[in-house]
Design a protein around this ligand. Structure first.
Ligand code: DGL
Length: 277
């Protein structure tokens, strides 16, 4: 056991959505303490340029590094798509994203090599899923679709009902036409809409919950690097946001599935981006 193993895991997202990843981490690595940063002042990332998202992600990661974390999980798909390459290798600890765990799970589970990906515009435009899936297996066919309205629907708690089902039907029609057998939920918010998405896609389509898959990869990474927490209970979780915390606290509890505790506001724009270690 080393001193490093006792440090927290840092998790960041553009806002609230990354709490779906924290929810899975609390289930799969319950002994770990978490420091979470949600960039609520600059959300959404999904509609911003890749260049802007890269700058935000560098600041978010630098903020967490300042909290002595032993690993960073980039819980935001848009930030993972745009900035993981930039963050990976920049610090003396591992930086994991949410893209590869979803890709690996889809490749394991696909039955006919027809994979759909749904996410923000930024994630879809980055082309990262199509590239990663087809690089690993040239036989795979991929269809990608941006579903921007899913984010506000999840935040408003419209997780079911006619309006949400109709929007899902419109967005997912190309996936149904393409007869995908596997669909990657490539956005932090989509696990909340899993029931509606499953109803629209039908029983034969497997949904890949990237939050679940990412938590599995985090657990493996902790074990491989021998940095898993030695205790059985976390020392405590801390939540930071870049805008006033009220909304984050209220909506966040739905995303996390439990009480959040105190949430502190920080000035993320003042974080300096240092050269890589
Ligand atoms: N967290 C973002 C993602 O997973 C969704 C919200 C946003 O656009 O910032 O891509």
């Amino acid at each position: 056991m080393t001193e490093i193993s006792q440090r927290p895991i840092g998790v960041f997202d553009s806002g609230i959505g990354g709490l779906t990843v924290v929810h899975e981490l609390l289930k799969q690595v319950p002994a770990e303490s978490i420091v979470y940063f949600g960039d609520t002042a600059r959300v959404p990332y999904g509609t911003k340029s890749a260049e802007a998202v890269r700058r935000f992600a560098l600041q978010d990661a630098a903020f967490l590094a300042g909290h002595g974390v032993k690993m960073i999980v980039v819980a935001c798909h848009t930030a993972s798509s745009a900035a993981l390459g930039l963050l990976d290798g920049r610090f003396s600890f591992p930086v994991l994203g949410v893209t590869e765990p979803g890709v690996q799970a889809a490749l394991r589970k696909t039955t006919g090599g027809r994979i759909g990906v749904i996410g923000t515009r930024g994630t879809v435009q980055s082309g990262i899923y199509v590239r990663s899936l087809t690089e690993k297996n040239r036989q795979i066919q991929v269809w990608a679709q941006a579903c921007p309205l899913f984010v506000p629907l999840a935040e408003e708690g419209w997780l079911d009902g006619d309006v949400t089902r109709e929007i899902a039907r419109i967005y997912l029609e190309p996936m149904i036409q393409a007869e995908v057998d596997t669909l990657i939920l490539a956005c932090t918010h989509y696990p909340l809409l899993k029931n509606v998405i499953a109803q629209v896609m039908g029983d034969s389509v497997q949904l890949i919950d990237s939050a679940e898959e990412t938590a599995r990869v985090v657990k493996q990474c902790l074990d491989t690097n021998m940095i898993a927490s030695p205790g059985t209970n976390p020392a405590g979780h801390r939540f930071y946001v870049s805008d006033i915390p009220i909304q984050f606290q209220e909506v966040g509890e739905r995303f996390l599935g439990r009480k959040l505790g105190s949430v502190q506001q920080v000035d993320i724009e003042s974080i300096r981006i240092d050269e890589p270690d």
